[in-house]
Design a binder for this molecule. Structure first.
Ligand code: ADP
Ligand code: MG
Length: 345
């Protein structure tokens, strides 16, 4: 990675670091680039929100941390966990990474749990088989965790099967399962997207509390910029397979400079401005392999200038963050408030 794209110097090695990550997948006999370039660092104990429209490569980026990519995937650049290259890990190190160091929570819990087995079997299996804990001790631990994630009648739930639980309850079970191994890093991929609005808020605050109490690091994937800003320390925005901007969550509204980030901000209803209509971003999002040689956002951007169509901008330091934009000081991107009424209508 060049100096220009190196995330801000850390006093210690970040717990998780994407270093020019690129992912190509086989599609119809050829390899297509689906993640073009992800540079991102997550210090121990801190939460980074990875935000972007569908197809931008968020899930594949998260899955690369556990080497859970589709068959035939080619990975370029590096992903380092605690300084160790994940693509280079031997099977034993990879098992430890997956079972003890990290845990993943997915959008659809039902797709990741065996419908025929009980919640108790699901929760205790890893502790009993991989760690050699006694069954009774593992069950007590599972019941205590279920209570911690807000499931009152834990003993009864342990004997039930997934179909007997609502989506919200099942996602709580998945969060308990994620915490059971005592991970240092939580990978949460749209964990509340499939839930109804009330349950979403409950499950999100549960994740937030469990994470902060335990001091876990988190990569939180969502298409909801405001939600990410509410629970994360930093925000990274992804577009067409690349990180296009990264900045402290607290600075998002005032300091975001990439026209895509500003368009995402403007497309959300503002609680303080009930009269302002919701704006969609014009045009369709591109995948990494559809993007031309220039800035992938250029076809949808109203702040373009020379070079945007021909030269892909690199992630460069900007204020407290980084942005990959040739014109980050374009008036349309700089003035929060005015941009909302003049751009991306
Ligand atoms: N197994 C696969 N084979 C081919 N293409 C895939 C596969 N999985 C994902 N993709 C493509 O890779 C791109 C990024 O996918 P993904 O990481 O799931 O995006 P996001 O999570 O941001 O919606 C998309 O264009 C998607 O269609
Ligand atoms: Mg996804």
């Amino acid at each position: 990675m060049s100096a220009a794209t190196t995330p801000r110097p850390q006093t210690e090695t970040p717990l998780l670091e994407f270093d020019g990550l690129r992912i190509d997948l086989p599609v119809k006999g050829e390899h297509r680039t689906v993640v073009h370039r992800v540079d991102l660092a997550i210090p121990a104990g801190s939460a980074v929100g990875l935000v972007g429209e569908s197809g931008s490569g968020k899930s594949l980026t998260a899955r690369s941390v556990l080497r859970l990519l589709p068959p035939g995937a080619r990975v370029g650049g590096d992903v380092r966990y605690d300084g160790k290259s994940v693509p280079a890990m031997d099977p034993a190190a990879l098992r430890t990474l997956r079972s003890r160091e990290t845990a993943m929570v997915f959008q659809d819990p039902r797709a990741h749990i065996n419908p025929l087995r009980t919640i108790g079997d699901f929760l205790t299996e890893a502790l009993v088989t991989a760690r050699g804990e006694r069954r009774k001790a593992a069950e007590d631990k599972a019941a205590a965790l279920l209570r911690e994630v807000g499931i009152a009648d834990a003993a009864r739930r342990l004997r039930q099967r997934p179909a007997e639980l609502s989506g919200g309850l099942l996602q709580r079970v998945m969060i308990a399962a994620a915490l059971l191994g005592g991970p240092r890093l939580l990978l949460a991929d749209e964990p509340t997207t499939a839930l109804d609005v009330t349950t979403q808020a409950e499950v999100m605050s549960l994740i937030d509390e469990a994470r902060t109490q335990r001091g876990l690091a988190m990569l939180f994937i969502t298409h909801d910029l405001a939600l990410a800003a509410a629970v994360c320390d930093r925000i990274a925005v992804m577009y067409a397979g690349s990180v296009t901007e990264q900045l402290p969550a607290a600075r998002l509204h005032d300091d975001a400079r990439h026209p895509y980030t500003r368009a995402l901000l403007a497309s959300r209803p503002d609680p303080g401005d009930g009269a302002r209509p919701l704006r969609a971003i014009g045009g369709n999002p591109l995948t990494a392999y559809e993007a031309g040689p220039g800035c992938a956002f250029a076809p949808r951007c109203s702040a373009t200038g020379a070079g945007c169509e021909s030269e892909r901008p690199r992630l460069e330091p900007l204020g407290d963050g980084f942005a990959a934009c040739h014109y980050p000081h374009h008036p349309a991107a700089v003035a929060p408030g005015t941009d909302r009424s003049t751009r991306h209508a």
